[in-house]
Design a protein around this ligand. Structure first.
Ligand code: NAD
Length: 357
């Protein structure tokens, strides 16, 4: 029995999570999934009810669970709040409290959706790459940081820093993921300019000695950006620091042209993970039954693969999503001109029907 905490969040969060719950319910009843669900509040809704975007009860429930499935947080009505009360602090709080240091962002383009990309179909069709981004260290967290007056003018500064231990653990994680894929790992850095990246590269090389079956390569971040747009299918797994990963993973996501299709995972050293679609709460779509629930449904598949060790069921969900696309069903965001779009609820039902096929 695995315990999963469900955090629907704000905006379209509850609608898309409801579709993922249909899938879990089907697998519980028909495939012995044995997933035990608990529910909690996070984000703007949590602030409205409790005064905090990450209530103590949610954190306590998270610590008792094996994984978290999150919808999305945020919305216009909370934008004026002071920084530490904003919905996004709920997410950041979960990441840091649970030490979710490894962010896995697959960029996968189902050949049926190749037209959705702004790149030529032959460049992206069948794209299947995984970006592993370090999530809780690096320049986003380094000290000292701030804005102060120096020599009579304002001076802004941050610190890019990684310890050997921080690099070592993300390296192991990335190598192990590469072992489960095509066994090619590309580390992205800027070692020609930054000392912190020199250490990054040295540690990657050292850790690589434990993974003789994985081919390790290195690339500078500027070239990586260029190659991602020019020939993205050359990559299998990319590992990189927090800042570079933030930028490159959004770029890779956009190669697929469909933000509503991409899941993500944030893992800690024990394999505990928080799984969520890469998109936000899309307040412009909330309550209209038009959001794409497939990224959230595919987040359940990732959870089964990376935290709950149920690879066969992960593949079953992915195959069901594939079949639904093969059958020509599209939500509005991935429909081409002339194609009729199905709603959020209907897309959830179609995936469940495909599971039964
Ligand atoms: P967004 O990802 O919510 O939306 C960007 C665009 O993509 C919008 O046009 C939206 O309609 C569309 N879109 C997003 N998800 C979709 C889906 N499932 N199906 C179809 N179309 C979809 O980003 P935003 O508009 O910049 O932010 C909206 C709110 O979400 C903000 O409050 C922001 O802070 C928050 N946010 C939350 C997360 C998260 O919870 N992980 C991530 C990013 C943004």
């Amino acid at each position: 029995m695995s315990k999963v905490l469900i955090l629907p969040g704000d905006g379209i969060g509850p609608e898309i999570v409801a579709q993922a719950l249909k899938v879990i319910d089907y697998l519980n009843k028909n495939d012995n999934l044995a997933m035990d669900l608990a529910y909690g509040l996070v984000g703007g809704g949590a602030y409205d009810e409790t005064g905090s975007p990450l209530p103590d009860a949610t954190l306590a429930a998270a610590r008792k669970s094996d994984s978290i499935l999150l919808g999305a947080v945020g919305g216009y009505q909370w934008e004026g709040l002071q920084r530490d009360l904003r919905p996004e602090r709920g997410l950041l709080g979960l990441r840091s409290e649970l030490d979710l240091f490894a962010n896995l962002r697959p960029a996968l383009l189902h050949p049926q959706l190749a037209k959705a990309s702004t790149l030529k179909a032959e460049v992206v069709s069948g794209l299947d790459l995984m970006i592993v981004r370090e999530l809780v260290s690096g320049i986003y967290f380094g000290q000292p940081r701030g804005i102060e007056i120096r020599d009579g003018q304002r001076y802004g500064f941050n610190t890019a820093a990684y310890s050997e231990a921080e690099i070592t653990r993300i390296a192991h994680c990335a190598f192990q993921i590469a072992q489960k894929r095509q066994k090619r790992l590309c580390s992205v850095d800027k070692a020609n300019v930054l000392e912190v990246c020199e250490l990054w590269r040295e540690v990657l090389e050292a850790v690589g000695k434990d993974y003789a079956d994985v081919e390790l390569s290195h690339i500078y971040v500027d070239n990586a950006a260029m190659q991602l747009v020019k020939a993205p299918k050359q990559f299998d797994v990319i590992v990189t620091s927090n800042l570079f990963g933030d930028v490159l993973s959004d770029c890779a996501a956009m190669l697929t042209g469909s933000i509503g299709m991409l899941p993500s995972a944030s893992l800690n050293a024990d394999g505990f993970g928080m799984y969520e679609p890469i998109h936000g709460s899309a307040p412009d779509l909330a309550g209209q039954d038009i959001a794409n629930p497939l990224a959230t449904i595919l987040s359940v598949a990732m959870m089964l693969r990376y935290s709950l060790n149920q690879v066969a069921l992960a593949e079953k969900i992915e195959a069901a999503v594939d079949l639904v696309l093969q059958q020509g069903h599209r939500t509005k965001d991935i429909a081409s001109t002339g194609e009729t779009a199905v709603g959020t609820e209907a897309m959830g039902d179609l995936v469940v029907a495909a599971l039964a096929d």
